[in-house]
Design a protein around this ligand. Structure first.
Ligand code: SF4
Length: 694
């Protein structure tokens, strides 16, 4: 029940859920939020919102909030509530002991795409400047790390090319592996409006998504490809475009290397990339692939929007590059209505990547081996820095099981529930000497922690989030932190116990340091953000008010690069024991592992993870609608209820991953993207059988 009252004051802030980054007015009565009203002047949402941003803020004051630090000697011991000094001293002592006993590389950090840019910047700085290694990674590892790799390789920068406004001018939207109506609802509304105005729609997805039911006047196609075959289908589309000379020669000659394109053209023309051949693998009719290719190439301004159905594959990075190839060959870059736009799942996944969370890159996507960049940070941070990349999250787990990695500071990420192959994760955590969980709630990961540091919610802090269109939005403190400290202050206190001498007094000072050290942020300041409301990076002397469209006159890397995107089948194969392919996604009313959305008072949040299965597959197994079923893979098994639907093709099943009781990732595998180790959440060979329930 939302109590409506006369607010005493309004605090303008940004939604803490998805990467649309909607602006909100928090109507406050003292320390109490009366209601959240979407801001009309919010550039990403213009007065709109979805059910999560509008109503799912109650978790900030939920009784489950853990507000006092806790420690324990061993993970089998009960927690002991202590003061901040004792908790941080305990954490610092164990971290230093781990390094003394096992080497400087024995500890690391995981940053959060839920935290602010300023908080994330400090956590990666903690690893590089205080731990003395580059063992920093982000939860983006398990979602959009292939976006970073693929777009940087093709275009020169790891970000979406266009702003959301651009969708109003598109003639055709190609949506790949994304379900915007559930995952990015406010953006989906804008896209739906454009479809109703006549834009075409092509959806590449194993599952029939709601967007396909939008009444629209343009071309509408659904390519229900077999999970794991994105690269094959996209390369077959390129085959058609090249074979029928539908590409934009003027654009390619001006913006790319023509000889490189010709070599790429020769590659895609190989008969193995023809729609007829790909039909055998992807199980999409060749004629449908050809129609999609022709429609994309013929549209005056065609845009591509994609989600985790692109990235969370063993060929996630290759898929991103295949998408970039399509956009470049049809000249769909640099003008409104076109572009390549990853729909970021978390509120600050763009920002967490921008802020140098990856083990190989400083803020602004500059490699740690680059001496000039290192010099900047060595001067500003006053310490020598390492030139070799650190460990990625899965490498941290492997090193822990080998006995080399002994300590982890994990901020705002429930890795046990979010990462693949849960047993592997928990075994690795159990092998460490010190696991520090810094979060709002005790969670599955804190079961393996020695220190719990209570975190602050978005309503309790100042800072910035960067949305999927590179827009830096302000987050403002509306209430006093329940735990007494904002998260950046906690990181600073830990760093200073480990020998640092940080003295930031406010997140604006951290942003000053970010601007000082990061060329794409050099024009960003809190004064500018207060004045303009928000800006999109790059924001610097060349673009003092930010950059809505990137790669307008040239690619950041110079010439756009065509990559040969060979399709390589995933190692995850179906067989007699596991004959079905499982893929996963979200529902509108829940968010990721549900830690926040499940802690609200509204009935809409009381959902459960369900298994969608085609009626023919269900009948073969004696499963009826609503029955409990056992979902088993080579990695593990879980139990959930079945929903019979033709939204999924025979041979494919689908579920969400919002509930700890289901723990869908118990069944997902250790397979990952070849370039970034992003887990292959979207393809798991499974068997479904009747069950009596959990
Ligand atoms: Fe929040 Fe995303 Fe919904 Fe906007 S669309 S209110 S950012 S969850």
């Amino acid at each position: 029940v939302i109590e409506i009252g006369t607010p005493e004051h309004i605090v303008k802030t940004t939604c803490a859920y998805c990467g649309v980054g909607c602006s909100f007015d928090a109507h406050m009565r003292g320390e109490e939020v009366v209601r959240m009203v979407p801001s009309r002047d919010g550039r990403a949402n213009r007065g709109h919102s979805c059910v999560k941003g509008r109503f799912a803020w109650g978790y900030a004051t939920h009784q489950d909030r853990q507000t006092q630090p806790m420690i324990r000697e061993n993970i089998s011991d009960p927690w002991r509530v202590v003061g901040w000094d004792e908790a941080l001293d305990f954490a610092a002592t164990r971290l230093r002991r781990a390094q003394a006993d096992h080497g400087v590389d024995a500890i690391g950090v995981i940053t959060s795409s839920r935290c602010t840019n300023e908080e994330t910047y400090l956590v990666q700085k903690l690893a590089r400047a205080v731990f003395g290694n580059n063992n920093t990674d982000t939860c983006a590892r398990v979602c959009h790390s292939p976006t970073g790799y693929g777009l940087k390789t093709a275009f020169g920068t790891s970000a979406g090319t266009h702003d959301f406004d651009s969708v109003d001018e598109t003639d055709l939207a190609l949506v790949i592996g994304a379900n915007p109506t559930d995952g990015h609802p406010v953006f989906a509304s804008r896209l739906r409006r454009r479809l109703r105005q006549g834009a075409g729609l092509i959806v590449l997805d194993p599952r029939e998504i709601d967007l396909l039911s939008t009444p629209h006047m343009g071309e509408g196609l659904h390519l229900p490809l077999r999970p794991g075959t994105n690269v094959a289908v996209l390369t077959a589309m390129a085959h058609v475009i090249v074979a029928e000379r539908l590409y934009d020669e003027v654009f390619i000659r001006a913006r790319c290397d023509w000889d490189e394109f010709m070599a790429y053209a020769e590659f895609v023309l190989d008969p193995r990339h023809s729609p007829e051949e790909v039909e055998k693998t992807a199980r999409v009719p060749a004629g449908l692939i050809a129609r999609a290719a022709r429609a994309y190439a013929a549209a005056p301004r065609a845009s591509i929007y994609y989600g985790l159905g692109v990235t969370e594959h063993s060929q996630g990075s290759t898929t991103v590059m295949a998408i970039a190839n399509l956009a470049m060959m049809c000249g769909n870059i640099g003008v409104p209505g076109t572009g390549v736009n990853p729909l970021r799942g978390q509120n600050n996944v763009q920002g967490s990547c921008d802020m140098g969370s990856f083990p190989h890159e400083y803020p602004g996507y500059r490699h740690v081996s680059d001496a000039a960049t290192r010099e900047i940070y060595e001067r500003v941070w006053g310490v020598p820095l390492r030139s070799e990349p650190g460990l990625r999250i899965p490498n941290m787990f492997d090193a822990a099981l080998a006995g080399h990695f002994r300590g982890l500071y994990c901020q705002g990420e429930d890795i046990v529930q979010s990462d693949p192959d849960t047993r592997h994760v928990t075994s690795a955590l159990a092998a460490m000497d010190i696991v520090i969980v810094h979060d709002l709630f005790l969670n599955e990961t804190s079961n393996y922690a020695h220190v719990f540091l209570p975190g602050s919610s978005f309503l309790e802090k100042d800072g910035t989030f960067t949305n999927a269109e590179r827009r830096i939005n302000m987050v403002r403190r509306a209430m006093t932190p329940r735990n007494g400290h904002e998260d950046w202050q906690v990181t600073q206190m830990l760093a200073n116990r480990l020998g640092a001498n940080w003295s930031y007094g406010h997140p604006s000072e951290i942003m000053e340091e970010i601007a000082l050290t990061t060329p794409s942020f050099s024009g960003v300041s809190y004064d500018l953000l207060e004045r303009e409301g928000s800006v999109q990076w790059p924001c610097n002397a060349d673009a003092p008010l930010g950059t809505p469209l990137m790669h307008v006159d040239g690619f950041v890397r110079g010439k756009g690069r065509f990559i040969h995107t060979e399709y390589i089948a995933t190692d995850e194969r179906t067989g007699p024991r596991f004959p079905l392919l499982l893929t996963t996604g979200r529902i509108l009313s829940q968010y990721n592992v549900g830690a926040q959305t499940r802690r609200t008072a509204n009935e809409v949040w009381h959902s459960e993870d369900l298994l969608e299965i085609h009626p023919s597959d269900a009948e073969n197994r004696g499963v009826r609608d609503g029955d409990w079923v056992r979902l088993a893979s080579r990695a593990g098994e879980t139990t959930l209820r079945a929903v019979l639907t033709e939204r999924v093709a025979p041979g494919v099943v689908y579920t969400t991953f919002h509930h700890p009781t289901t723990q869908a990732n118990v069944v997902t595998t250790e397979n990952s993207d070849w370039a970034t180790n992003c887990p292959e959440f979207k393809v798991t060979a499974v068997q479904v059988s009747p069950s009596n329930g959990p």
